[in-house]
Design a protein around this ligand. Structure first.
Ligand code: RIB
Length: 327
């Protein structure tokens, strides 16, 4: 049976060198030595050809996908789009769910690096950006949530400010004058941009921006529920723009518990158009994101970056207003 010791003797290198090459920790070893050792590894059949080939070609044909909350139908649909596109491009995927926690995000970035994935698609946690993203040398595309990085990464986003402006303007056109906004914290770029669009729509239509009508926490059902309870304590509202559809679910539940009818007493609009929004009671009016396409485009961009193609590194997709029964 071939051993590392035998490989080392045949290649006239140390066993430590052979081990580093086999484990992909060979950044300080010359390419010539790498190739010599891997030829012997393959010839002697020391490790399965697939792994030797991956090490030699520096390609595993695997993409890592890091998402913050796979229980949110937004991210499961995004993952679906990414996985279908990856399969068409001949890649397999490793899906990582970070629970919106930066520590888990960091752990998965390290694991994906060790597994030598060819590239990573990531939606960052709702908090601030993760420092390990900066040091990762693996090709990367940020999808949906853009974060400031001083290194070239791909970006696939929508125009959140424009979508939020559309949502708020729609409530105003429906006669709302006291419009609340419930969303994720400002550190989350999409949420900050949606807040901007909400403010701009109020100002451009002669309505004042009242900080007491703004509740920022997370993109969750609980935040929608708590947000309505907080807004109702402080003021009367006749319309609520929710930063995503999960928030809208919680918001509508809280309105009902306060004997407020949707849309008669309070009109509600969401953001995302996840697959269950059309089945809510009442069916949710929302700003539709091309969720599946976000995942698809992220993979196409990543494969182009891996292939060192000269491409536009930021693609912005359009949103559209979907009118249903909640407004
Ligand atoms: O629903 C999850 C939210 O977080 C979406 O609106 C998406 O834009 C992501 O940022």
């Amino acid at each position: 049976m071939t051993t590392i010791k035998k490989i080392a003797e045949l290649a006239n290198v140390s066993t430590a060198t052979v081990s580093k090459i086999i484990n992909g920790k060979d950044q300080y070893i010359s390419e010539a030595t790498r190739q010599k050792v891997l030829e012997i590894v393959e010839r002697e059949g020391y490790i399965p050809n697939g792994v030797a080939k991956s090490l030699k070609m520096r390609r595993t044909k695997t993409i890592g996908i890091i998402l913050p909350d796979v229980m949110n139908l937004f991210f499961s649909e995004l993952a679906r789009g990414a996985e279908d596109a990856a399969e068409k491009e001949g890649y397999s995927v490793i899906l990582c769910n970070t629970d919106n926690k930066e520590l888990k995000e960091e752990k998965y970035l390290n694991i994906l690096h060790e597994k030598m994935v060819d590239g990573i698609i990531m939606t960052a946690a709702e908090g601030s950006m993760n420092k390990s993203v900066k040091i990762s040398k693996t090709p990367m595309v940020l999808v949906d949530r853009d974060i400031e990085l001083d290194k070239p990464v791909g970006r696939i986003t929508v125009n959140n400010e424009e979508g939020a402006f559309m949502a708020t303007k729609f409530l105003i056109e429906k006669g709302c004058k006291n419009i609340g906004f419930i969303s994720s914290q400002k550190k989350n770029k999409p949420s900050a941009e949606r807040l901007k669009g909400y403010r701009r729509a109020l100002k451009e239509n002669g309505l004042e921006v009242d900080e007491k009508k703004i509740f920022l926490q997370n993109f969750t059902i609980a935040s929608g529920y708590e947000g309505v309870m907080a807004l109702l304590e402080r003021n009367k509202v006749d319309g609520i723009f929710c930063g995503n559809d999960l928030i809208a679910i919680g918001a509508i539940q809280a309105l009902k518990e306060n004997n407020l009818k949707v849309p008669k007493d309070v009109k509600v609009i969401g953001f995302d158009d996840i697959s269950m929004s059309q089945f809510m009671d009442p069916p949710l009016t929302t700003i539709k994101q091309p969720i599946y396409q976000l995942g698809e485009e992220a993979v196409k961009m990543l494969v182009a970056i891996i292939g060192k193609k000269d491409i536009d590194m930021h693609k912005v997709l359009r949103t559209e207003l979907i009118e249903r029964g909640s407004c």
